[in-house]
Design a protein around this ligand. Sequence first.
Ligand SMILES: O=C(O)C1=C[C@@H](OP(=O)(O)O)[C@@H](O)[C@H](O)C1
Ligand SMILES: C=C(OP(=O)(O)O)C(=O)O
Length: 432
Amino acid sequence: MGNLTATRPPQPWTAPTASDPVTATLRLPGSKSMTARALVLSALAAGPSTLARPLRARDTELMAAGLRAMGAHVSISDDESWLVRPHPLAGPAHVDVGLAGTVMRFVPPVAGLADGQVTFDGDPHARTRPLGPLVGALRSLGVRIDVTGTGSLPLTVLGTGGVTGGEVVIDASVSSQFVSALLLAAPRFDRGVVVRHVGPPVPSAPHLRMTVQMLRAAGAAADDSTPDVWTVEPGPLTGRGWEIEPDLSGAVPFFAAALVTGGEVTLAGWPHSSAQPLEQLRSLLHRMGGEVTLTTAGLTVRGTGVVHGLTADLSDVSELTPVLTALAMLADSPSVFTGVAHIRGHETDRLAALAREFAALGADITEMPDGLEIRPRPLRGGMFGTYHDHRMAHAAAVTGLAVPGIEVDDVGCTSKTMPEFPALWSAMVTGK
Ligand SMILES: O=C(O)C1=C[C@@H](OP(=O)(O)O)[C@@H](O)[C@H](O)C1
Ligand SMILES: C=C(OP(=O)(O)O)C(=O)O
């Protein structure tokens, strides 16, 4: 992959309209979240690991580059798997986080275990994404961190080759990644960690369960049996073979196309048990008019061409808000989404961005402190701003299925998690 931080002159992309029901079987890239976790756990393990079918996109390439910068050996094997051979971590090193929440949260705790200085910075907007509570927690666990200004990026970790660890209280209501970040590195902390969340609810419970599940799969003693308390004992992590599942969230725009056009989309290679929030998605799509089934071909979503609005708390699956908002725009009834105040700290302030961009297309949409109200009505074509946010581009593409003339200002931002999105989408909708 070339310069991961190369600036790209945005090229407006016309989202294709669907003249017929879409029918497609897709092989999509691996889960961003699973790939990020497997890379971190593998870099901290006692022996080598392989990641089969990892996500190869900007976020995960930046994660691999950040770990390599500190000394981990991450290479590509013949079958496109990633091979990770751990090595003592050391500075000086620099980590470019891009706009990846997983990199800017999961790697600083790892840097605390390195021997030497590790600096972090990223895209301009990454400097506005929340990081302060994690910085405070790491300091209380014995990690020396220098930050400038707002407590976010750029920052410097002065690693000493070890982290004391122990008990820490944190308000993780702004991002579950603060908790996952502490837990993933904790087996290598001298005293492990006991994380106690105090504050409004932590979002993204399925991602927290994924963290605990993958820690256990790497041999860690992780306990999440007490609400808002997570305990990880100190101990070795074992290298292993990681089977990365297809990215469920990345499939949702394609599933949405089945609902909008009355078609059928199958995600091939879906496992029979998953660390990803399939049941939450199944329920949401069912309520919106879709049917989700697991067959030998994979995970199949069928639609009727009629989309229903719904009222839903999206806190478990907050990253789906942009695409579900696009679906709601095309529904036969109103929708109310709540429980996602924290997505103002995602790749962009998604609530403000969605309200602004859809209103510019003529939508009747109201921004609330923690969500959105949508009252569907006919939309007009126009430019749709993405704010470097891959899921804003996905939302525009879904809208374009039924609204001619949707121009996406920078579809290249989908390279964050799926570089092949424009080609896959066009092939699914237009056949070419
Ligand atoms: O741990 C992870 O891999 C993620 C957790 C969630 O973050 P938030 O809890 O900040 O929403 C999710 O939105 C993000 O896309 C990936
Ligand atoms: C919020 C997201 O990603 P991250 O926070 O990992 O950058 C996302 O992919 O929707």
